[in-house]
Write a protein that binds this ligand. Structure first.
Ligand SMILES: [Zn+2]
Length: 312
């Protein structure tokens, strides 16, 4: 789901008082996502209406990283003291390289969190904790946290942010409401990850191929022998790669609802009639196979005909 929409949905659930108490946020941009989650926390806690420019006491405390009821946990980096990290909600250091360090979020950090949240909120409505890179919770730390999740206290809200969903500990996942926050796809070029020039050169041909595959019988699409120059082969390779992206986008949209509310994505999404995930994944695998054939210099006709014949 596009981040703005996901954010609105979460805030709405609080306004309507049917919110969850634990959220797992999967994202493709962990730093922007943290900024958005801190802003959600600010709006939930705000004494007035949550407006961006609100200057109430709570909003100001949060903007100054000074609200005792909002905690962000990050994994420790080299030389960090654990007590330094518990209240660190510095969201300005976007370029900070943290991926190279193999550290975890530790049991000790979770103990501090549990202790700090033992009492009722000090100044706000809720006590909110945000676990940044929640996939880095070590197993013992995660087990300690489960207590919060298993005996939900109406005043305690947790957000787990990850860009590596498949590394999340399943006992945490199963206790959270899950959202996807997608960033950066503000136009079709970034959606397809191609340049202006590539778009001009290949997009129409690729969409025509999508149309043909969706609407023609396979034998109608079969091609006759013709040897290709290297340039033609490269063009063909690009078109098939783009074809794979388009089917992957369709697949991701059905499974994760990533692009549904992006108007510019509709052309890509509507071009494909099939909504069956298993068929879409078979098609993506087949395209992969054809790409591998083509890159191994096999005969172009055979590969392309194989695509048409095996298309489901
Ligand atoms: Zn406010």
């Amino acid at each position: 789901m596009e981040s703005k929409k996901a954010k609105e949905t979460i805030l709405k659930s609080f306004h309507e008082k049917n919110n969850s108490h634990a959220f797992l946020i999967e994202t493709n941009n962990i730093n922007d996502c943290l900024a958005d989650i801190v802003d959600i926390a600010r709006q939930i806690e705000c004494e007035v209406d949550g407006d961006e420019k609100c200057t109430c006491k709570i909003c100001n405390l949060i903007r100054n990283n000074n609200n005792p009821d909002l905690l962000v946990l990050r994994r420790l980096e080299k030389d960090d003291k654990e007590e330094d990290k518990i209240k660190d909600i510095d969201i300005s250091s976007k370029s900070k390289k943290i991926d190279t360090l193999k550290t975890e979020i530790t049991t000790k950090q979770i103990d501090s969190l549990v202790n700090l949240f033992r009492t009722t909120p000090l100044v706000s409505k809720y006590q909110i904790y945000i676990i940044f890179e929640a996939d880095k919770l070590n197993r013992n730390a995660a087990n300690k946290l489960l207590k919060f999740l298993e005996e939900p206290n109406a005043n305690i809200i947790g957000f787990f942010i990850t860009d590596t969903f498949d590394k999340m500990i399943s006992t945490i996942v199963s206790r959270c409401e899950i959202y996807n926050f997608r960033y950066g796809t503000d136009n079709i070029l970034s959606l397809l990850d191609i340049t202006d020039k590539e778009y001009e050169k290949y997009y129409d041909q690729t969409m025509k191929l999508v149309y043909d595959l969706e609407h023609s019988k396979s034998y109608e699409l079969m091609v006759n022998s013709k040897s290709l120059s290297k340039k033609e082969r490269d063009d063909l390779l690009f078109i098939i790669k783009l074809l794979k992206k388009i089917y992957t986008i369709k697949f991701e949209n059905i499974v994760y609802n990533y692009y549904n509310n992006l108007e510019f994505a509709n052309q890509v999404l509507d071009a494909i009639d099939i909504d069956d995930v298993s068929i879409l994944s078979k098609r993506i695998l087949l395209i992969d196979e054809i790409l591998s054939d083509l890159s191994k210099n096999s005969i172009r006709d055979m590969s392309i005909n194989k695509l048409f014949i095996k298309w489901v």
